[in-house]
Design a protein around this ligand. Structure first.
Ligand code: FAD
Length: 411
């Protein structure tokens, strides 16, 4: 019998396990992960950016958790010796019609406490990024780069080795059985009984929630983000991070240039509807998962409303010249031969019944379960803050008080 079983060993599940153990080291907690290593999906295939919190609606879960999670992440990395670099980024407007959105971002950033941002004129852009071009920009000095696999592995290591938490790899949850007093979490080869189950299954979080008695009114729609890499001899074109002004209608940031913490520069990711939840290739296809997305009324509304943007994204996905064009708006010197096909990640984007792509983080609590149903970017940056607030909710449910791990004998 476990106090808590966490389904999904991505960064959010691992951070939640860690924060629970930090507060109550005696809790018996298991994290179940279907892959052979942690951070195999969204967490291990993301852009590796430590977001500062410019984009998010002031007061939203994203804004609050990004700001607090940012500092917690940096403190954690300092204490545990994880490499990161607060290198700053530019958000660049390349057309006049983007200026109002750039101004909105400036206001949001200020409201979110980013007082050190700077407005940059067209000429000043070159001082930060000599090869970038635009008509105006914002410099965000707080933004950084990191490798979230490193972070996740450290969360896992501390959870297991320092606090005695259990992590079961190659362990896919297939069923949940709720009785009056507990939940049975059933995998192919074993059953784990728990007082509370935390569902952080990312791309399959809606499926796991539907195995429980929780009532949910969203479905996960997978959006693949494909990357190119700059040819190594062209890395000089990008010093740090160069972003466009995002389309305010979409929860994605637009293709950008990102310097990676272990060297190299990535360009992307785009956002195409994936025909498979864990479909990392253009050819990936799963008939029943595609059908499920189409059958969800909310997603049909998204298709009706945004089919033109969707088609443009597909065109860019299959046509390198079109992808290049988007990049050249930010760095005109980059040429066709300078970009090489890179990897891809798939975002778990919750879509509600009415056709809304859910913007904020979404956690649905039921009698025995906590279901994290929307944890898109910046959830990696915010992981420790999300983990801490989930841990606090779970303590309340289990009538526990926080006992500092550092002073376990005081209470
Ligand atoms: C392309 C891309 C770029 C991004 N860039 C950034 C960025 O720069 N900065 C940032 O802060 N965020 C970024 N994000 C967002 C960030 O990566 C995610 O918000 C975060 O990784 C979500 O973590 P998670 O633990 O919820 O999900 P995941 O990492 O997807 O973990 C879920 C886990 O659950 C497991 N699982 C699923 N079903 C089962 C089951 N039945 N049984 C057992 N285990 C199961 C999966 O195998 C997986 O390991 C990006 C995301 C993508 C896709």
């Amino acid at each position: 019998m476990y106090d808590i079983v966490i389904i999904g060993g991505g960064i959010v599940g691992l951070a939640t396990g860690l924060k629970l153990k930090e507060g109550n080291p005696d809790l018996k907690i298991a994290i179940l992960e279907k892959e052979s290593k942690v951070a195999s999906h969204q967490t291990g295939n993301n852009s590796g950016v430590i977001h500062a919190g410019v984009y998010y609606k002031p007061g939203s879960q994203k804004a609050v958790n990004c700001r607090t999670g940012y500092q917690k992440l940096l403190d954690f990395c300092d204490n545990e010796g994880i490499k990161y670099d607060i290198c700053g980024k530019l958000i660049v407007a390349t057309r006049k019609d983007e200026l109002p959105s750039l101004e909105n971002l400036w206001e949001r950033g200020l409201q979110n406490g980013l007082t050190e941002m700077k407005k940059i004129s067209a000429d000043e852009i070159k001082e930060y990024e000599p090869y970038a071009s635009g008509i105006a920009a914002i410099h965000v000095p707080y933004t950084g780069i990191i490798n979230y696999k490193d972070v996740s592995q450290k969360y896992a290591e501390i959870f297991k080795n320092r606090y005695g938490g259990e992590i079961y790899l190659n362990t896919e949850v297939e069923r949940l059985n709720e009785t009056n007093s507990k939940v049975e979490v059933i995998t192919k080869s074993s059953t784990f009984s728990a007082k509370v189950v935390v569902n952080t299954a990312g791309l399959y979080s809606d499926k796991i929630a539907m195995l429980s008695k929780a009532k949910i009114d969203v479905r996960i729609i997978p959006f693949r983000g494909e990357y190119y890499k700059l040819a190594p001899e062209k890395n000089y074109l990008v010093k740090n991070l160069i972003y466009p002004v995002p389309d305010p209608n979409f929860p994605f940031l637009g293709v950008h240039f990102t310097r990676l913490i272990y060297g190299g520069v990535e360009a992307g990711p785009n956002a195409v509807w994936a025909f498979k939840r864990e479909g990392y290739k253009k050819s990936s296809f799963n008939g029943s998962e595609t059908w499920e997305s189409i059958m969800w009324p909310g997603f049909r509304k998204v298709i009706r409303q945004y089919w033109k943007t969707g088609l443009e994204e597909y065109y860019r996905s299959f046509n390198k010249t079109a992808f290049l064009k988007a990049l050249q708006r930010l760095v005109p010197e980059v040429q066709y031969k300078d970009i090489i096909q890179g990897g891809a990640g798939v975002r778990a984007q919750a879509c509600d019944r009415n056709g809304g792509l859910v913007d904020d983080f979404l956690i649905v609590e039921d009698k025995f379960t906590f279901n994290v149903l929307n944890a898109p970017s910046p959830a990696a940056t915010a992981s420790l803050a999300i983990g801490e607030s989930l841990a606090e909710k779970i303590r309340t449910k289990l009538n526990l008080i926080y006992i500092s791990a550092k002073e376990p004998h005081l209470i």
